[in-house]
Design a protein around this ligand. Sequence first.
Ligand SMILES: [Zn+2]
Ligand SMILES: [Zn+2]
Length: 245
Amino acid sequence: MQLVQIDMKLNLERMRAAITEWLIKEEMLGDAFFIDIDEWRARGETYGTDSLLVLVFDGSTLHTMLNLGCDTEEFDDLVESFGFWYELGHSWMGFYPIEDYDYSRLTGSYSTKLRDPRWAKKAALVKERAKESCQDCGVKQPLDAHHCYYTTMRQAYEPWEYPLSALRALCRPCHVRREQTEIRLRAFAASLTSDQLDALRPALSHATYWYETAAVFSFLSALGPEERHLQAAMQILRDARNEHD
Ligand SMILES: [Zn+2]
Ligand SMILES: [Zn+2]
């Protein structure tokens, strides 16, 4: 296999892992699963047989998102970030390489990578989606696009190979603070088991769906041993229901 083919295959695997993680985070994975193209052809499928990889998403919320005209910008951007595009069927999609895409890994320092036009484009999109305002404090100062996490060295994603929701537009002071805050959160995570950490995410996203985020935290802080503490905590939530139709 030619080197460029190998690089492309490696990127395809990185994209597969990145999309799977994104679907888990969005609680859309459901029954969606990837099928290697050889297996797809062996099933006797007639569509998408010249693609590189297929994602079958019947029985996944992804199906609803893709077929009901919802916002697919983040998903589309993630696929493109790895140098691919997709053909959409009713309950499957096939991935194809973008013509002339450079799949080679960049060598050199992290700051060199941040000068790549692919990062510039991604960072600009993050700021645009934040309406050019800091997502922590709201000021319209010069903004940075901050990575809220990095994958392991082994996975080695390039800076632009992250979903938009992994990035946050922040003004300089908020950016400096954020780096520290995230380290403190990880330090706190050391006190929890992986099962507890896994339970924390859906629990918080469930609670903040129904109640204002700040109120959910106030509620937890207001808990105490006596009935009056419980009553006060409940009242905080009663006053902070989110509207959903
Ligand atoms: Zn700020
Ligand atoms: Zn940062």
